[in-house]
Design a protein around this ligand. Structure first.
Ligand code: MSP
Length: 509
């Protein structure tokens, strides 16, 4: 099956920060998980380069918008390997291939009669590049997101007849109640639609930075329309010589933050309807990472978590783990340096790291580094076997944190098993050699299964762990391998000689 996952494309007028890392890591967890299921995956991220904020930032610096975009897009591209993100392509909306396809699709929308000329007047936020309705604004005509004062603007331009999609959108939500998740976000979108859709500006006059409107070259497309279309245009040119749309459109899941809900759950499906394209199968809307004090993160409040500092101190896997675990995916929640440190030591060092190092040390000490071919503990096997199917089910619904918790319960269960079985006591009594073999075989098998299922969250640490267990072939990473091989003839690794394992998570305090 084909699986297509996207992140929003990020504005190049700001530097990459934790919020960008958060969404991208989440999408990467899903992409890696689906590859482990044998799906044909396409994972897209990239940069949103047009619009006033970029043109203004470039003017302020005395460079051209393209120069600014080139420089900053590079910083986002460079972020991907730092986060160990496995995107298949990185789209930039200033790419001429993207321009050509945006023009082609929007010309189709025009030809279908969904575009007309008019004047728009309203309250405009230059940072959102969006007009705000009366119901959205804060008192004093301020932006609900940026809290800045909005400007009153009137524009001669082309309109997209969004109002004509009121009924098709209502039908979409009624027929596919789970196309937007979590449900609360779908309800928000439905309420917005029910309040009555107004037509929206499709173009902007006199702005030199953007995609030119083919039927009116004095104008460029409003940046949101050009940006949304990236999800479709990229498929046309990501792989030179072939059009991936046939395989990958409609997208399987699009991950967005709640700040861009309206664009993705109202404008986007309407635009797709107008262009005669299918709507994505799922939109998942995650919450906001907040400062440790529960307030919005801001430099002036000094409550910002710097992802690069976390990576320097704890490593990329630790950041990925922390972000997937600390805040339930789909909800808002606080993040801070303190809780990174606590989770790192309590869970990665003391639980997973310790389980791995003592399991390998005991196999080494008691069985000369070779995994015994012994019956597995049946209670443990019964607890481990349903793990991979359960994780699949949860990740099908983008429940990243809940799936990780299921995995973590097994890590804890295996540590408890060590305490219950006390292998050091079994090792003292030659009559208990069979019991010790079962303990060790079960622990190795448990560790292997946990490593496979955890791989999307912590690709590097689990790779080292699987290497030490001798699981180096691509098929060893398949989720179908994440079950106990047999409960009597031993695990998948029976008789395997284990390799040494460097410390996965060094203690830092
Ligand atoms: N360019 C638009 C998106 C166009 S998509 C067709 C944009 N870019 S952005 O650079 O502002 O990135 C917004 C996204 O970054 C959010 O939707 C969210 O995914 C992520 N986040 C930014 N700040 C965040 C938090 N504080 N917390 C969680 N995610 C946040 O909007």
């Amino acid at each position: 099956m084909a699986y297509y996952v996207t992140t929003p494309i990020y504005y190049v007028n700001a530097a990459p920060h934790l919020g960008h890392a958060y969404t991208t890591i989440a999408a990467d967890v899903l992409a890696r998980h689906m590859r482990q299921r044998g799906e044909e995956v396409f994972f897209l991220t990239g940069t949103d380069e047009h619009g006033e904020p970029v043109a203004q930032a470039a003017d302020a610096e005395g460079v051209t918008p393209q120069e600014l975009a080139d420089r900053n897009a590079e910083r986002f591209r460079a972020l991907m390997p730092i986060l160990n993100v496995s995107n298949d392509y990185f789209i930039r909306t200033s790419d001429p291939e993207h321009h050509a396809r945006v023009q082609e699709i929007l010309q189709r929308v025009y030809d279908a009669g969904y575009v007309y000329e008019g004047t728009y007047e309203g309250w405009y936020c230059p940072r959102c590049a969006d007009f705000k309705g009366e119901a959205e604004m804060l008192p004093g005509h301020r932006c609900p997101i940026h809290e800045i004062e909005l400007t009153r603007e009137a524009q001669e331009n082309w309109f997209f007849a969004l109002s004509r999609f009121q009924e098709p959108l209502e039908r979409l939500y009624a027929e596919r109640p789970e196309w937007v998740l979590p449900r609360a976000r779908a309800n928000e979108a439905r309420a917005f639609i029910a309040s009555g859709l107004q037509d929206v500006s499709l173009t902007r006059p006199a702005l030199r930075w953007g995609v030119t409107v083919p039927w009116d070259p004095e104008q460029v497309f409003y940046v949101w329309f050009d940006a949304l279309l990236n999800y479709v245009t990229a498929l046309g040119f990501a792989q030179p010589g072939s059009d991936l749309s046939e395989t990958f459109w409609p997208a399987s899941v699009q991950i967005i933050g709640k700040d861009i809900l309206k664009f993705h759950t109202v404008y986007w499906p309407a635009l797709l309807f107008a262009a005669g394209l299918e709507v994505p199968q799922r939109m998942f809307v995650h919450g906001f990472l907040l400062g440790g004090d529960g307030r919005k993160m801001s430099k002036s409040l000094g409550n910002v978590l710097d992802p690069f500092a976390v990576i320097d101190r704890y490593g990329t896997d630790a950041l990925r783990f922390y972000l997937s675990r600390e805040v339930t995916f789909g909800s808002d929640g606080p993040v801070s340096d303190e809780t990174v440190d606590t989770r790192y030591h309590a869970e990665l060092v003391n639980e997973l790291g310790n389980l791995a190092s003592r399991t390998l040390a005991m196999v080494d000490r008691y069985r000369a580094g070779r995994v015994p071919a012994a019956a597995l503990d049946s209670a443990l096997a019964e607890d481990l076997d349903p793990l991979a199917p359960r994780v699949c089910e949860l990740l099908d619904g983008c429940e990243l944190s809940i799936a990780l918790d299921e995995i973590w319960q097994r890590v804890r269960r295996l540590n408890r098993y060590v305490e219950e079985r006390a292998p050091w006591a079994q090792a003292k009594d030659p009559a208990r050699a069979g019991e010790l073999n079962t303990t060790l075989a079960t622990l190795v098998e448990g560790l292997r299964i946990v490593a496979v299922v955890l791989h999307p969250y912590m690709p590097a640490a689990t790779r080292s762990l699987l290497d030490a267990l001798g699981e180096r072939a691509p098929e060893d990473l398949a989720l179908s391998a994440a079950r106990c091989a047999s409960s009597d003839g031993g695990g998948r690794l029976a008789e395997r000689a284990l390799a040494p394992l460097a410390q996965l998570f060094p203690r830092l305090r």
